[in-house]
Design a binder for this molecule. Sequence first.
Ligand code: 6R9
Length: 654
Amino acid sequence: MSELATYLPPASLAASAHVSGMEAYQRLCAEAEADYEGYWARLAREFVEWKTPFTQVLDSSQAPFFRWFADGELNVSYNCLDRQVAAGLGAKTAIIFEADDGQVTTVSYEELLARTCRMANALKSLGVKKGDRVVIYMSMSVEGVVAMQACARIGATHSVVFGGFSAQSLRDRIEDAGAVLVITADEQLRGGKQLPLKSIVDDAIALGGCDSLRQVVVYRRTGGQIAWHADRDRWLHELTEGQPSTCEPEWVGAEHPLFLLYTSGSTGKPKGVQHASGGYLLHAALTTKWTFDLKPDDVFWCTADIGWVTGHTYIAYGPLALGATEVVFEGVPTYPDAARFWKMIERHKVSVFYTAPTAIRSLIKAAESNDAVHPRHSDLSSLRILGSVGEPINPAAWEWYHQHIGGGRCPIVDTFWQTETGGHMITPLPGATPLVPGSCTLPFPGIQAAIVDETGKDVPNGQGGILVVKKPWPSMIRTIWGDPERFKKSYYPADFQGRYYLAGDGAIRDEKTGYFTITGRIDDVLNVSGHRMGTMEIESALVGCTELVAEAAVVGRPDDTTGEAICAFVVLKRPRPSGDEAKAIAKQLRDWVGKEIGPIAKPKDIRFGDNLPKTRSGKIMRRLLRSVAKGEAVTQDTSTLENPAILEQLGQAY
Ligand code: 6R9
């Protein structure tokens, strides 16, 4: 890695950056090193407005259930909205919303505050109280952000469920969270298509088990036909009509759960990652400011969906906590054509653009096969900083992004972080860090990232190992909702005597620079287009198709566009199919998984076998399946394999 080109921050950007030059970065790291709690306390006072100032900083008395600023009181929505209005930013544009069909609306801070208050009052009128859980199942919209802010305002804990998840997945999350209310929309618009939302909520409830749920609030987006259950369904516009545009914020303790967000783990059902209010808000605001060097005149655009953590921290909270102007986009990057992003950057004069490698890779492909959608036809001169998140960005995609989108002048911040970490953990700072394509470079100041071996011992640079964080940080996961034991086992395992946070990724540091490169998950979690998917989840969905499937194993294989692709090996309850029959069954199973989990979990490849490769003790040999999935010759030792002939069969196409 050290022999690869490094890109220095442009001098003009470095000169005026919030963190200007490597010495400034190192000073911050040294400050945290010298007085860890003092460092975070200083920033917490600078970035968060407290109703009641905290006197405690880090409380480790119940480790690994760490608490930050616990006796402080605040309101997150107050910090994002009222604070800006009070500072004279009421008329400033908070959100530039571009709809799927290209229609643009802007919302000022004043208006966003009024809409948040009306929705907060509406929720209160339905009896929603502090601590209640509210599921938000909406697509990208101003209302989605308002719903999150309104929950924060009244102290309700939101749990946003990505609009692409199925009724079954939604049901599981409503049940696990014990949600009292779901906020949804009649339908969503994506790529010119009207797709269902409310009917999926109906299906989720019909599956049973949502006993805690009292009401469903529906935002009218398309006006499409939907079924109505007068006893529980309420239109959002009817509820908010006539509600006062002010609402006293509910002051909560810093540890009050701001949100739950379900994410895939290596085993079992998705886990409800619980985040607190104070520490989370601090890191959201702090990282938005330093990592993106955000200034008052910037137009920030994070292309993530609010259904993922990136949309929480870098759409719903971070930019608003700084009084920034941000773009919120309803649609998809390929509609009406694959120049949509570039045209939007030009239209809205976006200066900081944050997206995922999978989007970049698919837009490179599109631009290479159709010149009309190439970014050079758009004026991208407003851009100053680019960002990447969700998965490793391969150097070729990095270089293209740098040259064709950034015009060779914009630093790319490759931000490594997770749902559990709340915000950036390892990332360049654009006015300080020399960049190496493919490396997320160095820890954010104050974050004690390290690489260790299986016993928790530090490994030297140049030698790969397990990525850990040695000290707790303010925006870290607090627990897994309803399952503290699983929290401990997943993140503070006994292997490291419960001392270190285990990220679940492997990493390596460069021998000379000490730069981090993430080498991928070390558990059974796949990363498909930046979305986390547990292989076990997909396997259990497949074997849940009891009419057809006897056994299934799921592995990932590298994919040029999506990073990893899902490959499923299936043993049917009928003889192994071939030709058209195999194709038809594969489609049926893909649709089944789409229905069980959501379209993002549909396996790209499905192979059929009379059996799976197993050891004599009956364990599925996944490492062999990974080779078969890649289409490479199996070179590993197969001596423990009970039925070697099966590998050839599983490798066959149909
Ligand atoms: C923010 C987010 C987390 C997992 C993480 C890692 C992968 C995220 C990355 C990256 C390499 C980066 N990941 N950012 N890998 N470089 N810059 O994506 O959260 O959905 O929880 O996924 O994504 O494997 O462990 P989440």
